[in-house]
Design a binder for this molecule. Sequence first.
Ligand SMILES: [Zn+2]
Length: 211
Amino acid sequence: MADLVLPLECGGCGAPSTRWCRSCAHTIATRATEPVLITPRLDPGVPVFALGRYAGPRRQAILAVKEHGRTDLLGPLGDALGAGLRRLLIWGVVSTPLVAVPAPTRATAARRRGGDPVARMARVAAAPGVTIVDALRMRAFTKDSVGLSAGARQRNVDGRIRLRKSALGEGLGEVVLVDDVVTTGATVTESVRVLQTTGARVVAVLAIAHA
Ligand SMILES: [Zn+2]
């Protein structure tokens, strides 16, 4: 049924007759020097890595998944995240056994229906020795952060990120927080803080894009 409702156009550039064109695939492919270390305005206190800028096909694909239900793009984006994760393992930034925790996103009806996109990308990205634990959730009534200043974004998420009860049982151990887009760093900073309250050792943040 999904094929009937999704337009057959590239989710990155709108090219016809393909869902994800070779040019866009090339654009978001992880280079040998990526992910790169970034410095968001709000510092979570652990290294933050991003696979590229929130622009072009990378941005369009993320928006298409989040806002237009283009679940067919979870594959390419999850693969990029997976490549970044493996690179961090090779570099020794993170090590196995590793838990990857998806950063929580604001729940909307559409996202609840299809499942959280970041969690779904993380599941695509899973590497040997890496367990995905959907440990965090964003409380309802959190505003969409688009257009908010860094301070306003921080106030918007402060106290609104909670641990899922199911994640409290066992210690998480070494954790990498994964996200689609890091902008001011407000969500990842609060997420890292909440994870640390469980005794988790958060060693890095990895995002598909940084704005
Ligand atoms: Zn394209």
